[in-house]
Design a protein around this ligand. Structure first.
Ligand SMILES: [Zn+2]
Ligand SMILES: [Zn+2]
Length: 264
């Protein structure tokens, strides 16, 4: 069977709907060419018994649902490893893509996370969304994306109601894989840092995997346009910073602006 150009053979088609990336089971699966829509394929064993085996198409609906629950930003609906053009980008992107690929291939619940750090516009969020897409659609992992500033505004909207705030936080604590985008953004107030501390400490204590992106460096970055002068440790404090280093492998992404290249 030739691979469907719409879903590249993964059975789920992803597109943008307003501000979110959403998916549905691809038309090439209506009905499934392998099982003709029954959900089962049959196989006769060496003793002549006919056995029903679940067709792999049964998982497409479930994975599409997982993808739709992940809150991936609409502008990253096309984020995929295969679309990252490393030859036109930096050495860092080639290296980051290779390390991220190893991360998604080897991921098991409780595995250490990664921290994608570097200058603005180097493709960190794109890469984090490619990670989510692969883990959800190809491996059926439950995952979520949250921009740190959005989390803060969602929490502010609870006006200090603890039950309401828990309803915002608990799903982010429980999800096996969480991407926290734009770590270190905000005013860095005590309240903001306490939110971050609570979230990552709870995830750390329950052995959950977290992927972070940040525009702040963890080493002395060269001064250049779009480069924040502060380091991450200045933004989040020593305690949170050392926790992050325990939870994650840092991956550097500097270099030229790749947004245009990624858009093709
Ligand atoms: Zn298809
Ligand atoms: Zn099938």
């Amino acid at each position: 069977m030739a691979e469907c150009p719409k879903c590249n053979g993964i059975g789920v088609y992803v597109h943008q709907a307003n501000h979110l990336a959403v998916s549905r089971v691809c038309e090439c699966m209506h009905p499934c060419p392998t099982c003709d829509g029954s959900g089962y394929i049959y196989d006769t064993d060496e003793f002549g018994y006919r056995n029903a085996i679940e067709c792999s198409c049964l998982r497409y609906g479930q994975r599409s649902k997982l993808y739709n629950e992940a809150s991936i930003p609409g502008r990253y609906h096309d984020a995929e490893f295969t679309k990252i053009k490393t030859e036109s980008g930096s050495v860092d992107m080639a290296n980051a893509r290779r390390m991220a690929w190893r991360f998604v291939r080897e991921y098991q619940p409780g595995a250490p996370g990664i921290l994608l750090y570097g200058t603005v516009g180097t493709g960190k969020t794109y890469l984090s969304c490619a990670i989510l897409r692969y883990l959800i659609l190809s491996r059926g992992i439950r995952a979520r994306f949250i921009e740190f500033m959005h989390l803060l505004s969602d929490l502010r909207a609870t006006f200090g109601d603890r039950g309401h705030a828990d309803a915002v936080m608990q799903p982010l604590v429980d999800v096996p894989l969480l991407v926290i985008d734009e770590l270190g953004k905000g005013r860095g107030s005590d309240w903001e840092l306490s939110v971050l501390d609570e979230l990552i400490t709870k995830r750390y204590n329950s052995s959950k995997t977290t992927v972070f992106t940040t525009n702040y460096g963890i080493e002395a970055l060269p001064k250049s346009e779009g480069n924040e002068s502060e380091n991450l440790v200045d933004r989040v404090g020593v305690r949170i910073h050392s926790r992050l280093m325990e939870m994650c492998e840092p991956i550097r992404l500097l270099g030229k602006d790749l947004r245009r290249d990624l858009r093709g």
